[in-house]
Design a binder for this molecule. Structure first.
Ligand SMILES: [Ca+2]
Ligand SMILES: [Ca+2]
Ligand SMILES: [Ca+2]
Length: 203
C-alpha cells in the first residue's frame, strides 16, 4: 500500500506548509479542492501563478513576477482587453464575464511563442495577484486578429484562468495591467478594469 503512504506524506507536507490556514480537511487525504479554495489557488493546476514554483511550496501562490523579457523589436502587435459584457465569438450571444483579449498582429510576419502576464489589484483590499502564462501552441498569422479567452473552458484560444482568483471571489472593483509579447518582440502593455459586482452576474 505504498500509494496511500505517499498520499499521507503529501497531505502532511501540505498542511505543514499551510499551518497558518484554518484547514479542516481530513488527515490522510489528498489536498482538496476546498483547501485550494481557501488558498485562492486553482485545484486543476499545480502552479497557479505560472512562476515555476508549485502551489504547495510557493510562498505566494497567486503572485508571479513578470518573466517577460523587456527587450525586443517594437510594433509586433496591439491588443485590447475586457473583463465584462463578453460576447460568444461564434453565436454572438452574451457570454459569462471573463478576461477577453483581442490581439492584432502588426508585425508583418507570423507571431509565435507568445507570452502573457497580468496583475489584478482589488481596489478596496489592495490585494494583488499576478499570473505569467506562456500561450502554448498559439501563433498569429501575418495581419490576423484573434480573440483569446482566459476562463475555465477548453478549446482553441481558451487559456485557463484561476477560478479561485479574487476576480471571482471578491465583488470589489479590480484594476488590471496586462503585457503580451511574441518571440523577438518587446512586450505591449494595456491597463483595464472591472467595475464592482460579481463576476458571473449581470452588473
Ligand atoms: Ca493547484
Ligand atoms: Ca507558483
Ligand atoms: Ca508565486
Amino acid at each position: 500500500m505504498s500509494n496511500s503512504k505517499n498520499y499521507t506524506f503529501i497531505a502532511v507536507s501540505f498542511f505543514f506548509a499551510l499551518n497558518t490556514f484554518p484547514l479542516t480537511a481530513k488527515a490522510g487525504g489528498l489536498p482538496t479542492a476546498a483547501a485550494e479554495a481557501v488558498l485562492g489557488t486553482d485545484p486543476m493546476t499545480l502552479d497557479t501563478d505560472g512562476d515555476g514554483i508549485p502551489d504547495l511550496t510557493d510562498p505566494n501562490p497567486v503572485f508571479a513576477d513578470n518573466l517577460i523579457p523587456k527587450t525586443g523589436k517594437p510594433n509586433g502587435l496591439t491588443f485590447t482587453a475586457i473583463t465584462e459584457d463578453n460576447v460568444d465569438p461564434v453565436t454572438k450571444a452574451s457570454a459569462s464575464d471573463h478576461i477577453e483579449v483581442e490581439i492584432t498582429n502588426t508585425s508583418g510576419e507570423t507571431l509565435k511563442d507568445l507570452v502573457l502576464y497580468y496583475t489584478l489589484v482589488d481596489v478596496i483590499t489592495k490585494k494583488k495577484e499576478g499570473y505569467f502564462k506562456p500561450l502554448a501552441g498559439l501563433s498569429i498569422p501575418k495581419d490576423a486578429v484573434i480573440t483569446l479567452h482566459l476562463d475555465q473552458q477548453t478549446g482553441p484560444n481558451h487559456f485557463r484562468e484561476n477560478p479561485n482568483s479574487a476576480y471571482h471571489t471578491s465583488p470589489n472593483a479590480k484594476e488590471f495591467m496586462m503585457q503580451i509579447a511574441a518571440a523577438g518582440y518587446a512586450p505591449v502593455q494595456v491597463d483595464f478594469k472591472k467595475d464592482k459586482g460579481g463576476a458571473e452576474k449581470a452588473d
